[in-house]
Design a protein around this ligand. Structure first.
Ligand code: DAT
Ligand code: MG
Length: 149
């Protein structure tokens, strides 16, 4: 089954949005398989955002993402990478559709509440950056019978 890496960023944590965000993924039928609440160490920020380190916005992004604790999660389910990106909405909340997380809870690109892996390869890479394999818990959810045909 497909997995993805999702993370409530420091603004989402400070604004009390962890529960709301977790609820959305739970209710969609996805399964939480790992989580951790922590302030990201700089070394992991550099790895996680490797594609952006040379960009002009990176110093601001790094200051923001290390400004407080984040809530890191691995979720599992059918087509979760694409579906979770759709649920998160556009990178710039100004253009994010209402009903999406960014479209409901954010206003600016530099404070966009949540991270989600953008493709399956990225998801595998990001899960490996933030979690050890033994931290991912394998179990069944009792409603799987009525989620999957
Ligand atoms: P996403 O988080 O939707 O995958 P991304 O990978 O392109 O977007 O960028 C990572 C984060 O960096 C994004 O959530 C917010 C920040 N960011 C991206 N482009 C930016 C820009 N032009 N100005 C400021 N921050 C930006
Ligand atoms: Mg991205």
């Amino acid at each position: 089954m497909e997995r993805t890496f999702l993370m409530v960023k420091p603004d989402g944590v400070q604004r009390g949005l962890i529960g709301e965000i977790v609820t959305r993924f739970e209710r969609r039928g996805f399964k939480l398989v790992a989580s951790r609440f922590e302030k990201l160490p700089e070394s992991r920020v550099m790895e996680h955002y490797a594609e952006h380190v040379q960009k002009p916005f990176f110093p601001g992004l790094k200051a923001y993402i290390t400004s407080g604790p984040c809530f890191l999660m691995v979720w599992e389910g059918k087509d979760i990478v694409k579906i979770s990106r759709d649920m998160i909405g556009a990178t710039n909340p100004a253009g994010a559709v209402p009903g999406t997380i960014r479209g409901d809870f954010a206003l600016e690109i530099g404070m966009n509440v949540i991270h989600g892996s953008d493709c399956v390869e990225t998801a595998d890479r990001e899960i490996a950056i933030h979690f050890r394999p033994e931290e991912l818990v394998s179990y069944s959810r009792i409603d799987e019978k009525y989620l999957y045909e």
